[in-house]
Design a protein around this ligand. Structure first.
Ligand code: ZN
Length: 201
């Protein structure tokens, strides 16, 4: 049974700013959805998960169909019923959204969906997105930025995958981003995540 989340289900912290730094080729609503992704990324940090969040939007009805955040430490994605609590390194929000879309939407519905995300998809998530035939992707921060920030934080050597762009993996996907106004906030979330991990170890 598909889950339908209306925009009103989002955090009240979401602000609308259509004024500046709109991603090239952007549409009305892009920045609000990216703001929702960053709010989800912040929620992830609070449970020890990495700061990434994503929403899936049907762009023909402007409806949020699904949303998730990184759960690689805490586990149990609500989009994947039966996924147990506890560490699962594949629980990236872009991946759980692609899995959910593949299981719950028709190919026609998937094609008119946009995935918004706080950080550009990794290779695993790019491949899943392309395999299920979802539409365009709008990201707030890029893989290149993430690499730079993790380098600054001394975390870059821990990355499991080569830092490919979405189009390196899935050349047919329409991609927009990064959006500069989110850079400082997302970099700070990565710093908070690093600090909380250090404190826990
Ligand atoms: Zn990923």
């Amino acid at each position: 049974m598909p889950i339908t989340l209306k925009p009103s289900a989002l955090s009240s912290e979401i602000t609308i700013n259509h004024g500046k730094n709109k991603p090239e080729g952007s549409r009305n609503g892009d920045l609000e959805y990216l703001r929702a992704c960053v709010a989800l990324a912040r929620e992830a940090v609070s449970t020890g998960d990495a700061p990434f969040g994503s929403v899936l939007v049907n762009t023909s009805t402007n409806t949020i169909l699904a949303r998730d955040r990184n759960r690689t430490v805490s586990g149990s994605s609500p989009l994947l019923h039966g996924s147990p609590p506890g560490p699962d390194p594949t629980l990236h929000p872009e991946f759980t959204i692609a899995r959910w879309a593949g299981l719950n939407l028709s190919p026609e519905e998937r094609a008119v969906c946009t995935v918004y995300t706080s950080g550009e998809h990794c290779a695993m998530c790019s491949a899943a997105h392309a395999y299920v035939g979802l539409g365009r992707i709008v990201f707030a921060s890029s893989t290149v930025q993430l690499g730079r920030w993790l380098e600054e934080l001394g975390e870059n050597k821990k990355r499991a995958l080569r830092p490919l762009s979405i189009n390196d993996v899935a050349p047919g996907v329409e991609v927009h981003g990064p959006v500069e106004e989110f850079a400082d906030e997302i970099r700070d979330l990565h710093r908070q995540h690093r600090d909380s991990r250090e404190k826990a170890s």
